[in-house]
Design a protein. Structure first.
Length: 679
């Protein structure tokens, strides 16, 4: 697997950031003072007059005039013209030239939400040309804020700030910031242009740009994104400079030709589209005449999701690589090289008030030739599923129905059709302090097999299932810092009884044991897939506590612990064996929201007999916000560079961190080229 060594480039740029003579910490403050609370909202003065003769309104504690055109205002001064409002301790205003000089606690605001606070201001209102001394600012379009040694107003929609501090983080959580030698904001183009920019994380300089452009609104911008630079053993020196094309509000594309010193020119691209009832994404990478192999190499995936009607949806997902070694050669992450099967799927779904239906065709490209045929996944051509999902009524019998018919195909293997049926009733009782839900059902598995040798081609099994789920909910009010919260304590007892039925003679098309997580402590079948029904006589004892916002109902913190107690041995297993343990591992789960932007969950499995932790799982994901809904997709499968099976997709940078610590900025191609709080 290639070993990236490009961390040296980041170290070099970090050194530049720390010692850049153009923009040192002394020249721009490392923190920006907060702007005081804004004045009450205002509206533009209605008028049909030209800009040169727009009316001006003013008020103050005292007013003087020196001639017909000049007005002197003192004490709690407030002046408004068109969409601009100025407050100050004192102000001199010339009506003929619209020039003003304001001093003392000066604040300039406009209807876009921009605010500038400074000790003094010189401004010509009709042309919005002027300047101020040192001051603080806040931009309404992207909620950026900071401080600057000089603010120059260069026209109606143009502002220049000199030697400044810039961030979009809230005042109580300034994780990142920029110190800049010069920043020009052009609101007519929604564009910011910075020079001598130093990116700081927790006040530590980590990157330096001599020149930088970024949007100052929610709109995406066409232009070049962050370049890639790196090196690996298999690819050699790598360089790419992605270009983002904002074709339309609902279409965009990114082109990222990549120069590989050991391979040649790798053409990469992405196209995305979004409409009212459909969205899709196409990713392609093509390397003609690989210098190492002499063959054309490529990878691609395509996904499409469409709403066909009020309750019908369709989905298409295709992944393909040119050869079995592609991900080993071009993917430089363990997660990529561990991908052994690429999926091709077409899916049609119906979701009604009671009935759910799904028709799916599923196939795979096995890219690891060392995998034996018997260990490769079956194609499902097709899979048909029908289930009932009626509204659950407390205190009444509610039906349970699930069905599935699948045709399994694989070369040189046992193939056939499988039918799964489950029918029964559930009787839930629930109130504010607890619940109890008994469920009784029967599950049938039947086959129609295409045998390779003589045998039973229609094996089947029918098993009864009984479960009883119960729990209590205790609550208490609590305060943390300045917030009001509710803490819950939720003991839960789940009993499961499934009699043993011999199943060793049934085929295994898609069945396995899932990882033991907290949610899986309450499963009615310990297997996933449709070929086995696990026998059980067991009880799960669990306890959960949560901290929930009293005002918004959002769960902030959670902790759960649970364990299964077995009363009988388990005789249905894959491969055939007998499970004799009296208890399962103890499962602990921690979850929480952090900074209103992250959701994290950690799961631990502890074996009480050996007194050791068997497995730990960490899951962390950004919480979607309104800014992140525009044309969001995960990166293509060959560029998934984040450990743990997830991906990092912030609108601002969309930079994934690989296992060596190197930022892979190709993912930033779809970013909106704007700087936000780090997430």
């Amino acid at each position: 697997m290639p070993q990236p060594t490009s961390a040296r480039w980041w170290l070099y740029l970090a050194v530049l950031a720390a010692f850049n003579p153009q923009q040192s910490a002394a020249e721009a403050p490392s923190e920006c003072p907060a702007i005081t609370q804004p004045m009450p909202p205002f509206a533009a003065i209605p008028t049909d007059e030209s800009a040169a003769s727009l009316p001006t309104r003013a008020r103050a504690d005292r007013m003087e005039t020196t001639d017909d055109d000049t007005v002197l205002l003192y004490g709690n001064v407030e002046l408004q013209r068109d969409d601009q409002r100025i407050s100050a301790d004192q102000l001199i205003y010339n009506k003929a030239t619209t020039q003003l000089q304001a001093q003392g606690n000066v604040r300039l605001e406009n209807l876009d939400g921009d605010q500038y606070q400074t000790p003094e201001l010189y401004l010509r209102l009709d042309e919005s040309i002027g300047y101020s001394g040192p001051g603080n600012y806040r931009l309404g379009r992207n909620n950026a804020r900071g401080s600057s040694e000089r603010i120059s107003f260069e026209g109606k929609n143009r502002v220049r700030l000199t030697k400044l501090h810039y961030t979009t983080c809230p005042e109580s959580q300034e994780d990142w910031s920029l110190t800049l030698g010069d920043l020009q904001l052009d609101k007519s183009r929604n564009l910011g242009t910075a020079r001598h920019a130093v990116l700081r994380f927790k006040r530590m300089p980590i990157f330096y740009w001599p020149y930088l452009r970024f949007p100052i609104s929610e709109d995406r911008q066409t232009g070049f994104l962050m370049p890639e630079l790196g090196r690996s053993d298999k690819l050699g020196t790598e360089f790419a400079w992605p270009f983002y094309w904002n074709i339309a509000p609902n279409y965009d594309a990114t082109f990222a030709p990549q120069i590989l010193s050991k391979r040649g020119l790798n053409a990469r691209g992405e196209f995305r589209y979004l409409a009212r009832q459909l969205d899709g994404q196409l990713n392609l990478a093509f390397l003609p005449d690989d210098d190492e192999t002499g063959k054309d190499r490529y990878a691609g995936n395509y996904s499409h999701l469409q709403t066909l009607g009020p309750r019908w949806t369709a989905n298409l997902a295709i992944e393909k690589v040119s050869d079995n070694n592609y991900l080993d050669d071009f993917g430089n992450e363990l997660e990529i090289t561990s991908l052994t099967h690429l999926k091709r799927e077409a899916d049609l779904r119906y979701g009604g008030k009671i009935w759910d239906f799904r028709a799916r065709a599923l196939g795979f490209q096995t890219i690891d030739e060392t995998i034996a045929t018997a260990d490769r996944p079956y194609d499902q051509l097709p899979q048909l599923a029908l289930s009932a999902r009626p509204l659950i009524r407390a205190g009444r019998l509610n039906p349970v129905f699930e069905s599935e018919l699948v045709n399994f195909q694989r070369d040189d293997s046992l193939t056939g059709r499988r039918l799964n049926l489950r029918a029964g009733f559930t009787l839930p009782f629930r109130n504010a302090y607890g619940f109890i839900t008994p469920t009784l059902s029967a599950k049938h598995i039947g086959y129609d097999l295409d045998l390779l040798t003589a045998g039973d081609d229609r094996p089947d099994v029918t098993v009864g299932i009984f479960s009883l789920d119960s729990g209590l909910i205790f609550e208490r009010d609590m305060r943390l810092r300045k917030g009001r919260y509710i803490q819950t304590l939720e003991p839960r007892l789940f009993y499961l009884r499934v009699p043993f039925e011999p199943q060793d003679g049934l085929p295994d098309f898609d069945t396995d044991l899932p990882d033991l997580t907290f949610a899986n402590l309450f499963r009615e079948n310990r297997f996933v897939g449709g070929d086995r029904v696990g026998d059980a006589n067991q009880a799960t004892l669990a306890l959960t506590t949560r901290v929930i916002g009293a005002d918004d109902g959002i769960e902030r913190l959670g902790f759960s612990i649970g364990q299964i107690f077995f009363f009988d041995d388990r005789e249905v297993n894959l491969p055939p064996s007998i499970g004799t343990a009296n208890t399962s591992d103890v499962v602990l789960e921690f979850s929480g929201r952090f900074a209103n932007r992250w959701y994290a969950r950690n799961t631990f499995r502890w074996n009480p007999d050996r007194r050791e932790t068997n497995t730990t799982e960490q899951y962390i994901h950004p919480i979607p916000t309104r800014e992140r809904q525009d044309l969001q997709h995960p990166p293509p499968f060959w560029q998934r560079r984040v450990r743990g099976g997830g991906y990092f997709d912030p609108v601002a940078a969309e930079a994934a961190l690989d296992s060596s610590g190197q930022h892979q900025l190709f993912a930033a191609r779809r970013a909106q080229s704007r700087i936000l709080c780090w997430l």
